[in-house]
Design a protein around this ligand. Sequence first.
Ligand SMILES: [Mg+2]
Length: 374
Amino acid sequence: MTKHGAVVVPEDAVAAAAGGGRHFSFPPPRTAAMGGGGGGESCKKLAAQQIDLGAAAVVTSWLDSMKASSPRHRLMAPAVAAAGAGADAEHDEWMEKHPSALGKFEAVAAAAKGKRIVVFLDYDGTLSPIVDDPDRAVMTDEMRDAVRGVAARFPTAIVSGRCRDKVFSFVKLEELYYAGSHGMDIQGPTSTKDDSSVLCQPAREFLPMIEEAHAALEARVEGVIPGAKVENNRFCLSVHFRRVDERRWGAVLEATKAVLRGFPRLRMTQGRKVLEIRPSIRWDKGEALRFLLSNLGFDSSAAAGDGEEEDDAFPIYIGDDRTDEDAFRVLRARGQGAGILVTRFPKEETCAGFSLRDPTEVKDFLRKLAATAA
Ligand SMILES: [Mg+2]
């Protein structure tokens, strides 16, 4: 690595620029965080740019994609088991491109030196293991301690597809930012449960439509296909198929598509053993990351400018899902921080620069990170 702290890792997302000297306050000033002020304006503006994907978002390769992105499926797939040494070589090559964030911890810490670390954490599969019943995806006390330790030193946000209240009920830490519903419902640190510290809700107008779609999916998917579960995440819906017999995954897909034909302003994306239904607005975990950095006073346009006011953020984003790629992509585009993909399986494509194997490694990484700032 250089003296400026760049990590010598091929194609990683770690920036090399030296840290600036801008005053940093955490928690951020309340005036900027209340009532949709500050970054809230850009939130509304971006939300106005609605796109109409409608039926076009539904493509024939969905079923293959559902199977390919399911780790358990990959584990059990005879083709993978038979691949033997070939699979090992593929794994090694992937790990070279996306090395362990624990193994490269010193390099990451050196790159972050002098910068303002901001931590973004996905929930399911990152802080808690993926379990059959999504309502039981609790995190351990050890993990909570690790997150608390990081949040005591750096601004920390949970960015999840789940509804904000649900994620909070799992995490139970008031000092965090919570970006629920794939970032469409962002709240700052607060000890109150009301909406006074809500920072951004770009899809508010979609709420009645989402309620209606939720009822239809309950009746026509959950009520018909054994094991299917529809979760209302307030600004988006999740159709979980982790407990559905794999031979019926196609039925889940077809039934969900059939419901969505009645809601052309909603679109479908896919996560790990889940179909996600959300408003067709330009908003995702990447936009949430951008919004939160801006809200904390880090402006990417300053980084791209003449250098007079350097953006000295070092965002660390840890997630396991396809929807986290939007955030990894933003980090890569900004040339900032570190994207860390949580996976036990080498994946062909990710914009993350690093990897961790499972939530236990995430916990170890968070502990180390908190210790470096102690
Ligand atoms: Mg996840």
